[in-house]
Design a protein around this ligand. Structure first.
Ligand code: FES
Ligand SMILES: [Fe+2]
Length: 461
């Protein structure tokens, strides 16, 4: 199978990796030849309430899912909600110096939602009649306890979901019989060996409502095939069609990755596109994000990407008081994204250091939530800055207006999201002869694989 498209000035990502001026970390040396079987994906998966119900029962109630990060909850008693549609609600609380727990987010008295925002405080107190629990889930106080003879501390502990922490990510699983998180992570620990998110922190965090099914939303971020149309202004410096896609199935869960190289022109621009324009375009964006003057890079002197990476190592090193000298060019420049089923997207490297999480919203399968973070390596002194507040964006809000903290990424997200409502609107009226996805065999393979896993999980094979 042809694995991408290249031009004289726009090599494939796999070729660029070979030209890197440094040793590559395992997250970039890994390669897979796996090709997922092609199974047509019916559009009804994206709007049928019965399908959404099946997902709640067999996917969300049974899977390990990333809920939040440890730096969101720095002090004992800090807590925040984790919702999957209207069906599942938990809150995560720091219950000890290095201990977290996930509790059902409903009061044991009359069901009131206990936690609706990121809050602090040494006890979890219901806003209705003030029943109160300790951060470890034990019952602390029931006002007028003389009136509740059957309520004793043993029976009225908050019900708990399984919880595990990996590299600062807090995962929960509602299934009490679930196997450990490692049974679902596949090669992810191998990929992030030496480059873990454990020494990173979140510095921008948006939660945005979207009028499209959570899978439509998620799939919009799993391929770079859409760049040529949706982000055409990025073509001068994005190797969209040079992207490398890989999928690693394993007994302990499957993961996938995309590497879209930057600082090269899109292969769509042809053999004569300018490498100088490509590197200058990206350098300007990086410089803007850091409030610096862009570096002077001379592409005629060879490996322009390596020159830009060297500038990034130096400027990021100065800004954070850390040593980036071991980091390879690709890590400093490209956009590399991993995926773990069902909805966890940790990015790799400093090119675009994001974390995505896509979830159903409310009771409507035609709506969803995009939770996205920008992360940074911790400063050299190891001190994590105070947690950033979640910026909640409504359906009609734009990132560019309401989330300037995302810099240029805000503009990119607005471009991505501009399609989603229309995709959802097109699915149901689609002609019956074409009411299934037609996926690119290489560039859209991760979407195919995701649906193959989903079918398996839902018992639809
Ligand atoms: S519903 Fe929570 S105390 Fe009454
Ligand atoms: Fe995009």
């Amino acid at each position: 199978m042809k694995q991408g498209m290249s031009s004289e000035v726009s090599p494939l990502a796999s070729e660029l990796l070979k030209m890197d001026s440094k040793e590559l970390p395992s997250g970039l040396t890994m390669h897979s030849d796996y090709v997922p079987p092609a199974n047509p994906i019916p559009f009804s998966r994206y709007y049928d309430p019965a399908f959404a119900r099946l997902e709640y029962e067999k996917l969300w109630k049974k899977s390990w899912q990333y809920a939040c990060r440890v730096e969101d909850l720095p002090n004992i008693g800090d807590r925040m909600p984790y919702d999957v549609g209207a069906e599942l609600s938990y809150f995560i609380v720091r219950s000890g110096a290095n201990e977290f727990r996930a509790f059902n987010n409903a009061c044991l008295h009359r069901g009131n939602r206990l936690v609706s925002a990121q809050v602090s405080g040494s006890s979890i107190r219901c806003s209705f009649h003030a029943w109160e629990w300790n951060p470890d889930g034990s019952l602390k106080n029931v006002p007028s306890s003389w009136d509740f003879p059957g309520v004793d501390a043993d029976k009225y502990r908050l019900p708990e979901a399984k919880l595990e922490v990996w590299e600062g990510f807090i995962f929960i699983n509602p299934d009490p019989d679930a196997a450990p998180l490692s049974s679902q992570m596949g090669l992810l620990p191998e990929a992030f060996k030496d480059r873990g998110h454990g020494d990173r922190f979140t510095f921008a965090h948006v939660s945005k409502k979207i009028r499209a099914n959570w899978k439509i939303l998620q799939e919009a971020f799993m391929e770079s095939y859409h760049v040529v149309e949706t982000h055409s202004d990025a073509l001068p410096f994005s190797g969209d069609a040079s992207t490398k896609y890989d999928i690693w199935p394993s007994e302990n869960g499957d993961i996938s990755r995309l590497i879209t190289p930057l600082a090269i022109p899109s292969p769509h621009l042809g053999d004569k596109a300018s490498t100088q324009v490509a590197v200058d375009g990206l350098a300007q964006l990086f410089a803007m994000a850091m409030g610096l003057e862009p570096p002077k890079i001379d592409a005629s002197k060879g490996n322009a990407r390596a020159q830009l990476a060297a500038w990034r190592r130096e400027t990021m090193g100065q800004a954070l008081g850390r040593d980036f000298s071991e980091r390879c060019d690709s890590e400093m420049v490209d956009t590399t994204q991993f995926f773990m089923f069902p909805n966890f997207f940790p990015w790799f490297g400093e090119g675009l250091p994001l974390i995505y999480q896509f979830l159903p919203y409310g009771d409507n399968p035609n709506e969803s939530v995009m939770n996205v973070r920008l992360t940074s390596p911790l400063p050299g002194n190891g001190v994590c800055p105070p947690p950033v507040k979640i910026n909640y964006l409504d359906f009609d809000d734009f990132f560019s207006d309401k989330a300037p903290e995302f810099g240029l990424a805000a503009h990119i997200f607005d471009q991505d999201l501009s399609n989603l409502g229309n995709i959802q609107l097109g699915l149901r009226p689609a002609h019956s002869a074409h009411s299934k996805n037609t996926l690119g065999r290489y560039q859209e393979q991760r979407i195919q694989h995701f649906h193959n896993l989903l079918s398996k999980t839902l018992g639809l094979e």
